[in-house]
Write a protein that binds this ligand. Structure first.
Ligand SMILES: COC(=O)c1ccnc(N)c1
Length: 247
C-alpha cells in the first residue's frame, strides 16, 4: 500500500518511522511519502492561508497550493487513482470498518489541514473524479489534522497482511467483524498468576477452550454494556445466543 501525506508539518509524522508501522515500511509492506505543502507556494512567505470570505474567525487554507500539491502527488502514478482522506471534525466517523476498507485500498492520500480547514473548492474539484472522504476520529477539535492521520495510518497499517505478528489478534479486536462486531474486548491477563495478591480468573488457567471463549464473550458483553451501551443496543439480536440473552 502507498500512502501520501501533504502537510505544513511533515515532521509530525516522525512516529511513522518507529514500531509496527516503521517495520512495515522497512519491509516494503507500506510505502509512505511525506510532502511539505509550502513547496507548492510561490511567494516569499510561502503563504498557505488567508482570511475567510464572509468574515468570521480564523484563517482558511488557500486552494492554490493544495491544488498544485495534490496534482503533484497524482503525477507520481498517472495511471492510478488514490482515495483522498480529509481529516475533519465534520466528517464521517472513523471506525474499524472504515479502517478495514482503507486497508484494502492500494493508495491513500491524506490531506490534514490546519486553521479553519481547506477552501471547499479543492475537494469539490477532486471529488468529481476521485473518491474523497471527509473523516472524523471523534467528537472533538484538534489544532490540525496531522494527529488524526497518525491515528488512521496506525489503525489501517496494523491490518495489512504481515504487519502484526499474529494475524489472529486482528480477528479478536474490539469491533472486528464476526463474533466481536460492535463488542469491546474484555480484560486480558498474563504471567505471573498472582500479582499483589490479585489472581488471574481461574477459568483462564483451566485449558478448557470452550469455557474460556464463553467467559471472554461474557466479559466483552459486560464491558460493552458498561462503557458503550449504545453499541449493545445496536447489536443484531440474531448475533446473540440464548446464553448472551441471559446476561
Ligand atoms: C483539524 O482537524 C481536526 O480538528 C480533526 C480531524 C479529524 N477528526 C477530528 N475529530 C478532528
Amino acid at each position: 500500500m502507498r500512502i501520501d501525506i501533504i502537510s505544513i508539518f511533515p515532521e509530525y509524522f516522525a512516529p511513522l518511522d518507529v514500531s509496527l508501522i516503521g517495520k512495515a515500511r522497512e519491509r516494503g509492506i507500506l510505502d509512505v511519502h511525506l510532502h511539505q505543502l509550502r513547496d507548492w507556494t510561490h511567494d516569499v512567505h510561502h503563504t498557505v492561508d488567508d482570511t475567510p470570505y464572509g468574515g468570521g474567525p480564523g484563517m482558511v487554507m488557500k486552494p492554490g497550493p493544495w491544488g498544485e500539491a495534490i496534482d503533484g502527488v497524482l503525477a507520481a502514478d498517472p495511471a492510478a487513482r488514490p482515495r483522498i482522506v480529509v481529516p475533519t471534525p465534520s466528517g464521517v466517523p472513523f471506525t474499524q470498518k472504515l479502517a478495514m476498507e482503507y486497508a484494502a485500498e492500494p493508495w491513500l492520500l491524506f490531506t490534514p489541514a490546519r486553521y479553519e480547514g481547506i477552501d471547499s473548492r479543492v475537494m469539490a474539484e477532486y471529488g468529481s473524479r476521485l473518491r474523497v472522504d471527509e473523516v472524523s476520529i471523534g467528537d472533538y477539535v484538534l489544532a490540525g489534522g496531522e494527529v488524526a492521520v497518525l491515528v488512521m495510518v496506525e489503525a489501517v497499517g496494523r491490518l495489512l497482511p504481515g504487519v502484526l505478528g499474529n494475524a489472529r489478534s486482528v480477528a479478536d479486536d474490539s469491533f472486528a467483524p464476526g463474533a466481536m462486531e460492535n463488542l469491546l474486548e474484555g480484560p486480558v491477563y498474563t504471567k505471573p498468576p498472582q500479582w499483589r495478591g490479585r489472581e488471574v480468573p481461574e477459568i483462564l488457567l483451566s485449558g478448557h477452550h470452550g469455557k474460556i471463549a464463553r467467559w471472554r464473550r461474557d466479559e466483552a458483553l459486560r464491558r460493552t454494556a458498561e462503557n458503550r451501551p449504545e453499541l449493545l443496543a445496536a447489536l443484531d439480536p440474531q448475533s446473540l445466543d440464548k446464553h448472551d440473552r441471559r446476561l
